[in-house]
Design a protein around this ligand. Structure first.
Ligand code: HEM
Length: 321
């Protein structure tokens, strides 16, 4: 595995005497992600291009709906590409996948709305609301009615929806199955996540300020070193008799960016894969990770595909050695 990205703290991520999903969001570094465009001799880009050149694989990796067009255009601008260099359509989403190292999805935020005096909601016309705010200082008679409360430009209850993505290296999920879904719907298959962190995730995404970059990380284990663990590939899963030297650690480095104009959030996922024994060469880290695995609730271990493996005597020995 190449060196972990800046701020990646393996001991924090893999250690712990108990296991719960962690929010773990921290302020991130925009230039680090932008610097992953057109990386010369990038193995990741070469591999992604191979998947995108295969029509069946490409149909599994790239998803798109028309509502994503302004957000894709803004994403490429954020990356420093010239306007029009990537077309804002499905072909453009694949073209960006060939040039940018991480996987990504775009989420459309709910339109801003304002609460009316009668308690209902109306889509916000920001310039009209600004005019009303001025007018409330210097009232004029011809204001439209019913008059919205000027200070209450809010988002409606709701969640951003996935409108596009290029995900060639998923950890056992399919981006095409997530098109049109909100974040709580996407997370619905992850036991305990919505109940434990759903409200915090919703508030975070709602308040994400345009241009700011936040990051978090995630880990998983796999029985094959392939970056692309799309369910359709039918790769082997971890079993009770999988020897520790046939287990790979997957580290996901994720970032969130709110794009200012398109009312959209760019969600970025960079995957690194390493043999577990190599990643856990430090005995203290290996022991801490073993304790985290042992403490994981059964339903989470089952979701992460680790239920059988963590009971294996060979694996227990590996963690206690
Ligand atoms: C701060 C925000 C977020 C947090 C804390 C969070 C947390 C998590 C966690 C803990 C998992 C379980 C992964 C595992 O341990 O194996 C997960 C899964 C996942 N998350 Fe998030 N997530 C966030 C935002 C998002 C967003 C914005 C998306 C956008 C699409 C997303 C898409 C997914 C997907 C696709 C999965 C895998 C679901 C599956 O297995 O089908 N997450 N997330």
């Amino acid at each position: 595995m190449t060196a972990p990205p800046p701020g990646f703290d393996l001991a924090r991520l893999l250690g712990g005497e108990s296991y719960r999903f962690q929010f773990g969001v921290r302020r991130g570094q925009p230039d680090w992600w932008r610097g992953q465009l057109d990386v010369p001799d990038s193995e990741t880009l070469a591999e992604r291009t191979r998947w995108l050149d295969d029509p069946a694989a490409r149909a599994d990796c790239v998803t798109w709906e028309g509502a994503a067009a302004p957000a894709l255009a803004e994403t490429t601008e954020w990356l420093g590409l010239a306007p029009g260099e990537i077309t804002p359509d499905a072909a453009g989403a694949a073209a960006l996948g060939r040039r940018w190292e991480p996987d990504w999805v775009l989420l459309r935020r709910p339109r801003k709305t304002e609460r009316m005096e009668d308690g209902g909601w109306q889509e916000a016309d920001i310039s009209a609301a600004r005019a009303r705010m001025k007018a409330s200082i210097n009232p004029e008679p011809e204001l439209p009615s019913p008059r919205p409360l000027p200070s209450s430009i809010l988002r409606p209850p709701g969640s951003p929806r996935l409108v596009a993505g290029c995900v060639c290296f998923p950890s056992h999920w399919a981006v095409t199955e997530k098109l049109g879904l909100t974040v709580p719907e996407i997370h619905g298959v992850v036991p305990t996540l919505n109940a434990d962190l759903g409200a915090r995730i919703a508030t975070f995404l709602d308040r994400l300020a345009p241009g700011a970059v936040f990051e978090r990380e995630n880990w998983g284990l796999a029985a094959a070193p392939d970056r692309n663990q799309h369910p359709r590939r039918g790769l082997p899963r971890l079993q009770a008799d999988t020897p520790p030297n046939r287990v790979w650690l997957r580290l996901e480095h994720q970032a969130f960016v709110a794009l200012p104009r398109a009312e959209a959030i760019l969600f970025i996922i960079g995957v690194r894969v390493a043999p577990l024994a190599e990643a856990l060469a430090d005995p203290a880290l290996r022991g801490a990770f073993g304790r985290q695995l042992a403490a994981m609730p059964d339903e989470i271990a089952a979701y992460k595909g680790l239920a059988a493996l963590r009971r294996s005597p060979a694996v227990r020995k590996f963690f206690s050695a």
